[in-house]
Design a protein around this ligand. Structure first.
Ligand code: B12
Ligand code: SF4
Length: 465
């Protein structure tokens, strides 16, 4: 039996030089994790294809195709599914978007997996081999907050040369915060932790010294974080990850992070305006303390990628210049801008639906690089032009030079990150897909009521049996 696992191309930061294609991001763990969950049987062959670094085959002789779907990739995922189903190959869909809109996804698949795949996916494969694959699989509830028994990802199947950072690992799932625009709580409502010994096993098995954590909120549980970081010290790895600005007020924890090898952190600052932060349920970020926070990380040799968002209700046309200036004043090493995007299932989506302010339901536009909402204090065009201009200003050579001058030569991530975004700015101004705020010719319609749930009769139905 042959299983083909596909992740559609997310069109994000990539470097293409003739036939040479490289993702400027870290390797996702999704497909390698799903491959590791396939029952260990010499009769099952698994192949993974990440569209960000590989061409998606349209003639693979697979017996079963699994596709992972995030919102921005849903239309491509559905097109690939249609292609294989027309060839007679059963298709399973899973991932963030499927978990939030299962009633939509089931229309494009023979079966779907809602939520995590750790127990549902192996069960599905077993049923498929017996000719009894059901249409809907849901993960069994965990009794406590421990996510044990996740096998080490099948990195042997991954094309390591395709990624800027091939070594990725995840220790926790979910987040305890509730920012209004974030999908995480819509999909994983609990904060789960893997046993530290499992994470250390994964880290030991990785070649090289540099590792990226894919956790959205790695050090949120201090006791767990301390146990993990302490166990990492002897491994002598250098690592990067995501944290919230408030979680590092505890300098003891920060020092332990440095001791365990932390060299890079991505932080969601989002806005320099405290009223905005309160409005988006991110009041735990204290804008007045950003400068101290950045200095505290810099003193410890940590490179900071700082994320800011445009399009909040408090944002007027002055927000672009003020944010470019703020990023400069704070000394953010690798700035990143996104647009306020109402992902389905989030409180923001609900609010903007009620206010009739969502302009596009074409999921292709949900990449945080398009305007899909009616902003409160400007037009969609003004928001889009301002967003692009802020990117262009921020990545002018003289500004990059200032940032790179601060770089620790032992850790070139600052230089590489700025170079990637400079290339991205060129794409923003040259690629037709970034020409307009959203796909006005094809904005789609709100998901019909049935999209949010699977029809009861399909919950227990068999696909082909
Ligand atoms: C690595 C990563 C990426 C990678 C790969 C994308 C991907 N498909 O995962 C890249 C760099 C390309 C990326 C890009 C973006 N990303 Co991203 N990314 C992540 C991140 C940090 C880790 C993903 C991961 O490896 N998870 C670990 C694996 C094991 O978990 P998993 O993918 O959820 O898979 C499990 C289940 O969902 C399920 N499952 C998933 N797929 C399938 C398929 C089948 C067949 C089955 C059976 C089961 C199954 O089983 C798995 C095991 O339990 C997540 C946050 C997170 N920690 O999950 C955000 C996340 C997926 N990204 C997100 C976003 C918003 C983006 C961007 C828009 C951001 C940006 N501006 O750069 C772009 C998307 C561009 C576009 N065109 O849409 C959101 C998605 C929201 C949404 N509703 O779609 C997330 C959830 C972060 C967040 N805070 O909300 N991202
Ligand atoms: S802190 Fe980050 S991961 Fe957590 S809810 Fe807010 S945006 Fe999402």
């Amino acid at each position: 039996m042959r299983i083909l696992l596909i992740m559609p191309d997310a069109h994000m930061h990539k470097l293409r030089l003739g036939p040479y294609l490289r993702s400027m991001r870290e390797a996702p763990l999704t497909l390698t994790t799903l491959a590791a969950l396939v029952p260990d049987d010499p009769e099952i062959e698994v192949k993974i294809v990440d569209g960000s670094v590989d061409r998606i085959p349209l003639d693979d002789p697979a017996d079963l195709v699994g596709i992972s779907v995030i919102t921005g990739c849903a239309p491509s995922a559905y097109a690939i599914a249609r292609h294989y189903r027309l060839r007679g190959t059963p298709v399973v869909l899973g991932g963030v978007h499927v978990s939030v809109l299962p009633g939509e996804a089931i229309q494009h698949a023979d079966a779907i997996v809602v939520g995590r795949g750790e127990s549902a996916w192996p069960q599905l494969i077993q049923d498929f081999r017996r000719g009894r694959m059901k249409r809907v699989y849901r993960e069994h509830d965990l009794l406590d907050d421990v996510l044990a028994g996740v096998p080490a990802p099948r990195r042997d199947l991954q094309r390591n040369s395709g990624y800027m950072m091939p070594n990725t690992v995840q220790a926790t799932r979910g987040c305890r915060r509730r920012c209004d625009f974030c999908s995480v709580n819509a999909v994983w409502p609990r904060y789960l932790k893997r046993p530290v010994a499992d994470v250390v096993r994964d880290l030991r098995a990785m070649p090289g010294r540099i590792v990226a954590f894919n956790d959205v909120s790695l050090v949120d549980d201090e006791e767990y974080a301390r146990e993990l970081l302490t166990a990492m010290i002897p491994l002598k790895k250098k690592w990067g990850g995501l944290v919230t600005a408030d979680s590092l007020q505890n300098t003891g924890l920060l020092d332990l992070m440095v001791e365990s090898g932390c060299v890079y952190l991505l932080v969601g600052f989002e806005s320099g305006d405290q009223a905005t932060l309160r409005g988006i349920r991110k009041g735990f970020n204290q804008a007045a303390q950003y400068k101290d926070f950045v200095n505290m990380l810099h003193r410890r040799g940590i490179t900071i990628q700082g994320c800011f968002v445009f399009g909040f209700d408090h944002d007027d046309k002055s927000v672009f210049d003020s944010t470019v200036d703020l990023v400069q004043e704070l000394g953010i090493d690798i700035p990143r801008y996104s647009l306020y995007t109402p992902y389905p299932g989030t409180p923001l989506f609900q609010r903007l639906m009620k206010e009739q302010r969502i302009l596009s339901f074409n999921w292709n536009d949900y990449d945080t690089m398009h305007v899909v909402i009616q902003p409160a204090q400007m037009s969609p065009e003004e928001l889009y032009t301002g967003f692009k201009r802020a990117y262009r200003e921020t990545f002018k050579i003289r500004r990059i030079a200032g940032r790179v001058a601060r770089m620790d030569l032992r850790c070139p991530i600052n230089f590489v990150g700025n170079l990637c975004y400079r290339i991205f700015v060129r794409r923003l101004y040259s690629e037709p897909r970034f020409a307009a705020p959203f796909s006005a010719a094809n904005p789609g319609a709100p998901p019909p009521a049935g999209s949010w749930q699977v029809p009861a009769e399909l919950e227990e139905a068999l696909c082909c049996g």
